[in-house]
Ligand binder design. Structure first.
Ligand SMILES: [Zn+2]
Length: 211
């Protein structure tokens, strides 16, 4: 009945799905720009991965998720991410957390997009999801800054760990929507490690192809 009223669509190209398909249509399953492996390391991050490269239909899909109110995309992203991560070291993490947006941005948008993916992924992997980071300083969007060094400076000291007792000695899986230069994720990982975490893994929905 639910399927009749709200026929599921492909999370990338928006085509209606057949009964055999979930989250992605056949064509996107074959042709989506699947992220292979990171070319570069992100400082303070032990290991990282993403589902797709941030381009074409992936870009449109994430844009709708972030700015167009498509919260339900989080379920599809996390199911696909869950499948990708289930046999990786990320699946052994003690907690899942996410790169938070500032209060101001959250208030404007109505939700913290990475937290939706983190909570949904928590169910997929059976790892508890906790808010372990807080954004303490509103920063101009990273997307408007090109140089890597300037992006790092923009987020320097922008995050605080929320629960030092919980973090101590733990492995954390950090979730973000898009990894571009990794500056934001790196700052978050540094904050978690400084607060006592043992190691930080990172998983994103998408990553820039030039990583
Ligand atoms: Zn599709």
């Amino acid at each position: 009945m639910f399927r009749l009223l709200f026929p599921p669509k492909c999370v990338l190209c928006k085509k209606f799905l057949s009964r055999q398909e979930t989250d992605l249509c056949h064509s996107c399953r074959e042709n989506a720009p699947v992220f292979c492996r990171p070319k570069s390391k992100i400082p303070f991050v032990a290991q990282w991965t993403a589902l797709w490269y941030y381009k074409d239909t992936v870009k449109t899909s994430i844009h709708k998720f972030k700015f167009g109110g498509r919260r339900t995309h989080a379920d599809a992203y996390s199911r696909l991410l869950g499948m990708k991560l289930q046999s990786s070291p990320c699946a052994e993490a003690d907690f899942i957390t996410w790169v938070p947006v500032s209060f101001r941005r959250r208030w404007k948008r109505g939700y913290d997009q990475a937290s939706l993916v983190a909570y949904a992924l928590s169910k997929e992997l059976g790892i508890p999801c906790k808010k372990l980071l807080r954004k303490v300083r509103h920063t101009p969007p990273q997307s408007g800054i090109r140089k890597a060094a300037e992006r790092r400076a923009n987020v320097l000291g922008a995050y605080r760990a929320t629960d030092l007792t919980l973090l101590r000695g733990k492995t954390i899986l950090l979730i973000d929507d898009v990894v571009t230069t990794g500056a934001t994720a790196s700052e978050c990982a540094k904050t978690l490690l400084t607060a006592g975490a043992k190691q930080v893994f990172l998983a994103a929905v998408a990553a820039a192809q030039n990583d």
